[in-house]
Write a protein that binds this ligand. Structure first.
Ligand SMILES: NC(=O)c1ccc[n+]([C@@H]2O[C@H](COP(=O)([O-])OP(=O)(O)OC[C@H]3O[C@@H](n4cnc5c(N)ncnc54)[C@H](OP(=O)(O)O)[C@@H]3O)[C@@H](O)[C@H]2O)c1
Length: 226
């Protein structure tokens, strides 16, 4: 079986924040980074997004560039990748715009989330709800399912909690980190990897594969050493 490649694609400020302290505050616009994000997403069969991000942003990122859409067609991919929101709690309002976007939708969740959510019946009609563990989401089960569905390229778009969970599960192969030329600061502004943190002895170590500078934006491509 061909292995699954998981690439994290995130942008952070020069001081390492992926969002301002107030996540709803308008952010700067970085067209080169946006084009980079669109290209990376266009390579994906499946996009993973944390529930915190989808609750904040409302919609999932989709591909608009006609050349990227044409390239997906040539590769035999659907116009948009499957978008899979990861939500242990299943605390997602059915009127969330993501749930009416014209895309294939999955939600990775837990038995507890399915039991406790008062919206589970409605959500069942809007997305494929996939139970991956009683209280904790089991990433081995998730990746077995991803493989069974014939998916090879997974792109994870954060936020920091989802990235931490994937890193802890040892599932991240590649990292694309953009550095935006701005400082957000703030003790509570999220960073690319949240969670409990790693002891240095258990931390993922990276090899720098490629760097690109466009204007004041920097694009860093790392591979996780395994
Ligand atoms: N600059 C960038 O590139 C970038 C990219 C993405 C996001 N962001 C920003 O980052 C912020 C959100 O980041 P975040 O760290 O707070 O949230 P997040 O990672 O998007 O979502 C966290 C939520 O995802 C679910 N989740 C993640 N891992 C899970 C696991 N292993 N098992 C079960 N559920 C899991 C949980 O949902 P439930 O609570 O439903 O259980 C958790 O509360 C937003 O402000 C967003 O705009 C920035």
């Amino acid at each position: 079986m061909k292995s699954i490649q998981t690439t994290v694609v995130l942008a952070m400020t020069a001081d390492g924040k992926i969002s301002p302290v107030d996540p709803r505050a308008p952010r700067g616009s970085y067209p080169v980074d946006l084009a980079h994000l669109e290209y990376q997403v266009s390579l994906a069969d499946l996009v993973l997004v944390g529930a915190g991000t989808i609750r904040t942003e409302g919609t999932a990122f989709t591909i608009c560039n006609p050349e990227l859409l044409a390239a997906r067609k040539v590769r035999g991919q659907s116009p948009q990748p499957i978008i899979c929101v990861v939500s242990g709690s299943l605390d997602l309002p059915p009127d969330l715009p993501f749930l009416s976007q014209d895309i294939e939708r999955w939600i990775f969740t837990t038995g507890t989330g399915l039991e406790r959510s008062s919206d589970a019946t409605t959500l069942h009609k809007l997305a494929e709800l996939i139970d991956l563990g009683d209280t904790n989401l089991d990433w081995d089960r998730a990746y077995t399912l991803i493989a069974e569905r014939g998916i090879h390229n997974v792109v994870a778009l954060g936020g920091g909690s989802l990235t931490a969970a994937l890193a802890k599960a040892g599932r991240i192969d590649d990292w694309w980190l953009t550095i935006w030329p701005v400082i957000y600061g703030g003790q509570h502004a999220p960073t690319p990897v949240e969670g409990e943190g790693f002891l240095p002895s258990a931390a993922p170590h990276l090899q720098l594969i490629e760097t690109r500078q466009v204007g004041s934006e920097v694009f860093l491509h790392y591979r996780t050493l395994k």
